[in-house]
Design a protein around this ligand. Structure first.
Ligand code: SAM
Length: 248
C-alpha cells in the first residue's frame, strides 16, 4: 500500500486511543474533532521530520505519548489560568503549544529562536482544517519580552532551559496573576533552592508542583509559577544572560 494510505489506516486504528487515555488516566476530556486534529498535526510532524530535524521521537506510539499525551496533561492548568493569551516558549516542533492551543482554544503565540522550525510549524498548522487564533514569533524570548510586556495570561515551556532561567524569561511576559507551567522529568532539590533564591527578585512564586507518570512509565512533574509582583532587577536582561548567567 502507498505510504499515505498506510498512514491513514494506522491513524484510523488509533482514533479514540488518545482521548481514552486522557480521560481514564487524567480525567481530561478531549472532543473527537480535537483528537483528530492533534493526531493529524503529529502525522505532519513525523513526515516533516524527514526533511527538518524537529524531534528525535518519531516512532508513532512513542510520539503519541511523548508529544500528544504529555502536552495535554497541562490542559486543566491552562484552562484554570486567567483569561487571556497563551504562549509556548521554545516550541520546537509545536509541543506542547499546538495540542494545548487546539484543546484550550486560547489565542496562542508560538515562540522559537530557530526560524526554520517556526516556518515548518506554521506550514503544518495551515494544513489543518482549523480556524485558529494562532501567531508565531521567530526570535529570542528576551526580544519578545521587550515587545509584549505583560501580554500573556499563561505560558508553557518544555525542554527549553532550567527553571531558574525560565522564571526570569517568563516574568516580564506575564500579566499580574499570570502563570508559567514548566514540564520537567523530575524536580531536583538544587533546582528548587535556586528558584527559591530568586523568585521574589523576578516577581514570581512557585505555587504548585504535580508529579505523575506518563502511560509509558516516564516520570513527569508539572511545575507552576505565578507572577506575583514587579521584578527588582530590570527584565529582560541582555539576550543569553538568563540561560548562561542565571541569577542563582
Ligand atoms: N518544546 C519543544 C518540545 O518539548 O518538543 C522543543 C524543545 S527543544 C529541546 C528547545 C527549543 O527551545 C529549541 O527549538 C530552541 O530553539 C528553543 N529555545 C531555547 N532557548 C530559546 C530562547 N531564548 N528563545 C527562543 N527559543 C529558544
Amino acid at each position: 500500500l502507498p505510504g499515505n494510505v498506510l498512514l491513514s489506516l494506522v491513524k484510523e486504528r488509533h482514533m479514540g486511543l488518545l482521548a481514552d487515555t486522557m480521560r481514564s488516566t487524567y480525567g481530561i476530556v478531549i472532543a473527537p474533532e480535537k483528537e483528530k486534529m492533534v493526531e493529524d498535526y503529529l502525522a505532519s510532524v513525523i513526515k516533516m521530520n524527514e526533511k527538518l530535524n524537529l524531534t528525535r521521537i518519531v516512532h508513532e506510539q512513542e510520539a503519541r505519548i511523548l508529544h500528544l499525551e504529555d502536552s495535554l496533561t497541562a490542559l486543566p492548568l491552562v484552562e484554570d489560568a486567567l483569561p487571556g493569551r497563551y504562549a509556548d516558549l521554545g516550541t520546537g516542533g509545536g509541543f506542547p503549544g499546538i495540542p494545548l492551543a487546539i484543546a484550550s482554544e486560547r489565542p496562542t503565540l508560538l515562540v522559537d529562536s530557530v526560524s526554520k522550525k517556526i516556518a515548518a510549524v506554521k506550514a503544518m498548522v495551515s494544513d489543518l482544517a482549523w480556524d485558529s487564533d494562532i501567531a508565531y514569533y521567530a526570535g529570542r524570548i528576551e526580544d519578545l519580552a521587550r515587545e509584549e510586556r505583560n501580554g500573556f495570561a499563561v505560558i508553557t515551556a518544555r525542554a527549553v532551559t532550567k527553571l531558574v532561567s525560565l522564571i526570569e524569561l517568563a516574568s516580564p511576559l506575564l500579566c499580574m496573576g499570570g502563570r508559567l507551567i514548566c514540564y520537567k522529568a523530575s524536580l531536583g532539590k538544587d533546582e528548587v533552592s535556586s528558584v527559591q533564591a530568586i523568585q521574589k527578585l523576578v516577581g514570581m512564586k512557585l505555587i504548585a508542583s504535580k508529579e505523575f507518570a506518563l502511560s509509558n512509565g516516564d516520570p513527569r512533574t508539572l511545575v507552576v509559577f505565578e507572577r506575583r509582583g514587579s521584578a527588582s532587577v530590570k527584565l529582560p536582561r541582555r539576550v543569553g544572560l538568563a540561560q548562561h548567567n542565571p541569577l542563582a
